[in-house]
Design a protein around this ligand. Structure first.
Ligand code: XLS
Ligand code: MG
Length: 382
């Protein structure tokens, strides 16, 4: 019987609360559907077999809320989480909406704005710990520039470093066992250029921190493709060095504005290889969708979008299993893979003769391989 592609909690599907709260507003036009509260979003996602949610602290608790109001919201959120069987797994902050962040938060020129931003993250870590999250993800949307004369990018990196060292110490001091921090790179938008634009930049930066083991990367497919890069390659590298602390799945046409399309809506083959790399590795993290429903749809369309993201993932996961057991694919891959002898000593290596003509004749049937993958994905091979 064909798989029904019904998500299970064990699939670990996750959505940002903001994804379903999105009202369809864009820089050129107003909302096209009514607002949805963070609390309602929790219930609706849980009902749809979503394993967990991610949030900006402000998605639930408006900035400046009195302690009593905050605590009431947290109590209500926990009740809804228990009722709808949904967890919270990652928290961040909205450091992009308020005009105070017009020139950045953690990297602002103004030390008071920097302090306020760190305060927001400290409070978000507290809130996240109360809700049960084990990650605080920093997406520095406005940590960048348009006017290069105004900002020294190296100074921005130093400010980032000071903030991450501070937050790491805070987490350690609070004894939040297993709690970690992450950075979500993005090349541009809403700034002309954003600092730490790709996973490679982030990995280089993490190595300079006081507690590099506590900080990882959350790559997002759309952000990688906005930079014209290959999201499969980027995620594979982050995974290989043990720094994949989260992932944001969506769709994006390369080199354009941040489209945040439904997962799989663009470049099925690249999406397939992303699913393959994390499934083959049995990566234990949540499969998080960070996208928006088209602004043409109403509230029902938002839930179609949620179901669609999960369904596409499950279909691609099934294709991964098919790829891994396909005799043609495995035959070619088997032909390509070779046992690697240990590297000779420099002395022996210098003396070694290589038959370049023979080596150049190795068969690399990539046309056949790629066509086979294509036909698996198109459903011709069963
Ligand atoms: C925006 C980012 C954002 C983060 C969370 O482009 O993807 O949604 O994931 O702040
Ligand atoms: Mg994201």
């Amino acid at each position: 019987m064909a798989h029904a592609y019904i998500p299970r909690k064990s699939d670990k599907f996750t959505f940002g609360l903001w994804t379903v709260m999105n009202t369809g507003r864009d820089p050129f036009g107003d909302a096209t559907r009514p607002a949805l509260s963070g609390l309602r979003a929790i219930t609706e996602l849980g009902k749809r077999r979503v394993y967990s949610y991610e949030l900006h602290a402000e998605d639930l608790v408006p900035e400046g809320s009195a302690a009593a109001k905050r605590d009431k919201i947290v109590r209500e959120a926990k009740t809804r989480m228990a009722d709808a069987d949904i967890k919270a797994t990652s928290i961040g902050c909205n450091i992009f909406y308020d005009p105070v962040f017009k020139d950045g938060g953690l990297t602002s020129h103004d030390p008071l704005i920097r302090q306020h931003t760190i305060q927001r993250y400290v409070k978000a870590i507290d809130l996240g710990a109360e809700l049960g999250t084990t990650l605080c993800n920093v997406w520095g949307g406005r940590e960048g520039a348009e006017c290069d004369a105004a900002k020294d990018p190296a100074e921005g990196i130093k400010r980032f470093r000071e903030a991450f060292n501070y937050l790491s110490e805070y987490v350690r001091g609070q004894k939040l066992k297993g709690f970690r921090l992450s950075i979500e790179p993005k090349p541009n938008e809403p700034r002309g250029d954003i600092l730490l634009p790709t996973s490679g930049h982030v990995l280089g930066f993490i190595a300079t921190l006081d507690h590099p083991d506590m900080v990882g990367v959350v790559p997002e497919l759309a952000h990688v493709r906005m930079a014209g890069l290959n999201s499969y390659h980027e995620i594979a590298q982050v995974l290989e060095c043990g720094k994949l602390f989260g992932i944001h799945l969506n769709g994006q046409k390369p080199l354009r504005f941040d489209q945040d399309l439904r997962f799989g809506a663009e470049d099925l083959k690249e999406s397939f290889f992303v699913v393959k790399v994390i499934e083959d590795a049995q990566w234990p993290g949540t499969r998080t969708f960070d996208a928006h429903a088209y602004r043409t749809v109403d509230r029902k369309g938002v839930w179609d979008f949620v179901e669609g993201c999960m369904r596409t993932y499950l279909i691609l996961k099934e294709k991964v299993a098919q790829f891994n057991s396909d005799l043609v694919v495995q035959g070619i891959l088997g032909e390509l893979s070779q046992e690697a002898p240990a590297l000779p000593s420099p002395r022996a290596l210098k003396a070694k003769k290589f038959d370049l003509r023979k080596l150049a004749k190795t068969r690399l049937p990539y046309e056949e391989l790629d066509q086979r993958v294509q036909e698996i994905l198109l459903g011709v091979v069963r």
